[in-house]
Design a protein around this ligand. Structure first.
Ligand SMILES: Cc1cc2nc3c(=O)[nH]c(=O)nc-3n(C[C@H](O)[C@H](O)[C@H](O)COP(=O)(O)OP(=O)(O)OC[C@H]3O[C@@H](n4cnc5c(N)ncnc54)[C@H](O)[C@@H]3O)c2cc1C
Length: 407
């Protein structure tokens, strides 16, 4: 099928497919079973040039597009979900935010680390601030030429293995006046006061640690504040906009897992015989295959379109509307496709000896992380209507002031 990919893009896709088949696929079941972050895969990805592909050449990268990253992510996800998530995080997400709004020092730091294979962690969610992220209570207090960060985050992907952290916190100046929500870079082991205090017990994606992070008087130089031109007051919205690429990446992982599961189902349907004929000869299954393929193609097209798009004029990020719609559609259809693919295998699909049950557990996450399918629908509706849609009972009533750090 010609999806308008250039020769260069097709060559990259082929290279990713070969890597996925030869390096990622043989390790996928083991990574899930051992629940260990796959450092061997990280090293191989970095050596093959799949980490930091989107970093501009001036910073040592290849300056590849989000579409090119998407092509690689899809191929990896067919074979191993954890591998594909490493490709997402070393090319999109926190990296995009730093490349868009960071100062030179920050850009060089992020580029160096991702090119080495580091998967930056983005730290937003707190126990009492999930979908309502702006209810966060982690705070960053200005003290001379530094910020001192205190608070707790949970469900942070890469907790304990990531070096670079982009931490979101409420910002206070030296007079303890609140300025808004800002992002701060910290490097594990270099900036003291950043600890993983718990590992989450997850349903799937088990080789990628999710954890609670505690910041206790974590001191970072003031130059580590990632400041969009709008400053701290509107900064959170801008920083999150840059994070949009992550939604395209996450949707692509889900779509890739679904594509992999569908490939397994097609092969099995042609070889498994019941009632003296291959089960592919039953129309009940043929129509399931056709529906799965149709949904998959629609997801792929939406994701490619979102990856190729640019947001508001001059924006370096995918269009937020297209990114949100692609993530909603791809994540929800992927869950259905993988579930149906598992059905093709009967009892065997339910066995841990085949990859289908792992894929079903892995893919379930993508309607939750990176903005739930419900919250993304609110974003889409808000843009359609041209209205702000505050979700609190009191509209935009100010939140109660935070307790002072000195109290
Ligand atoms: C595997 C995984 C990895 C993650 N990685 C990260 C990470 O790296 N960094 C990070 O900061 N966070 C991360 N998260 C956290 C994730 O972003 C949050 O789980 C998500 O934002 C939802 O927050 P919550 O879990 O507190 O659910 P809640 O906000 O409590 O929501 C509960 C339910 O209510 C619905 N809901 C809430 N508000 C509304 C509304 N206004 N309208 C309609 N429905 C609503 C939600 O859709 C959901 O179904 C990760 C989560 C998972 C599962």
């Amino acid at each position: 099928m010609d999806l308008g990919l250039s020769k260069d893009e097709l060559a990259l896709q082929q290279r990713a497919r070969a890597f996925a088949r030869e390096v990622a696929r043989p390790r996928a079941a083991e990574i899930d079973r051992d629940e260990q972050y796959p450092w061997d895969i990280v090293k191989a990805l970095a050596e093959a040039g799949f980490c930091g592909m989107t970093v501009p050449p001036a910073l040592g990268g290849q300056g590849r597009s989000f579409l090119e990253a998407v092509l690689v992510i899809e191929e990896m996800a067919k074979a191993c979900t954890v591998t594909s998530r490493i490709v997402v995080e070393t090319n999109m997400g926190a990296l995009s935010t730093v490349l868009a709004y960071g100062n030179d020092e920050q850009k060089k730091l992020a580029a160096r680390l991702v090119l080495e294979g580091d998967k930056p962690a983005i730290c937003i969610t707190e126990p009492e601030a999930g979908s309502d992220a702006t209810a966060m209570t982690t705070r960053a207090d200005r003290r001379g030429d530094r910020y001192v960060i205190n608070g707790k985050k949970h469900w942070i992907t890469g907790a304990g293995v990531s070096r670079l952290h982009l931490i979101f916190a409420r910002v206070f100046d030296e007079q303890r006046k609140e300025l808004g929500i800002g992002g701060f870079l910290a490097v594990r082991d270099e900036h003291k006061g950043l600890r993983m205090t718990r590992r989450e017990q997850t349903m799937g994606l088990r080789g990628m640690p999710e954890g609670e992070l505690t910041f206790e008087n974590l001191e970072v130089p003031a130059s580590m504040a990632v400041l969009p031109p709008s400053g701290f007051r509107r900064g959170f919205a801008d920083l999150m906009n840059a994070y949009n690429s992550q939604r395209v990446g996450a949707g692509t992982v889900a779509m890739g897992v679904a594509a992999g599961a569908l490939e397994h189902a097609v092969e099995w349907a042609k070889t498994r015989e019941q009632f003296g004929r291959p089960i592919a000869e039953f129309q009940g299954l043929q129509w399931m295959l056709a529906d799965m393929q149709t949904q998959l193609t629609a997801s792929r097209l939406m994701l490619y379109q979102a990856a190729r798009s640019r947001g508001p004029v001059g924006s370096a990020f995918p269009d937020p509307m297209l990114a949100a719609q692609a993530k909603i559609f791809a994540s929800e259809t992927a869950i259905r496709i993988v579930n149906d693919a598992l059905q093709f295998f009967g009892a065997r699909g339910y066995s841990r000896e085949l990859p289908l049950e792992r894929m079903a557990r892995d893919v379930r996450m993508f309607t939750i992380g990176g903005g739930t399918a419900q919250v993304l629908r609110t974003l889409v509706a808000s843009k359609m209507l041209g209205w702000k849609l505050p979700q609190t009972r009191d509209g935009y009533a100010p939140k109660p002031p935070l307790r002072d750090a000195a109290e």
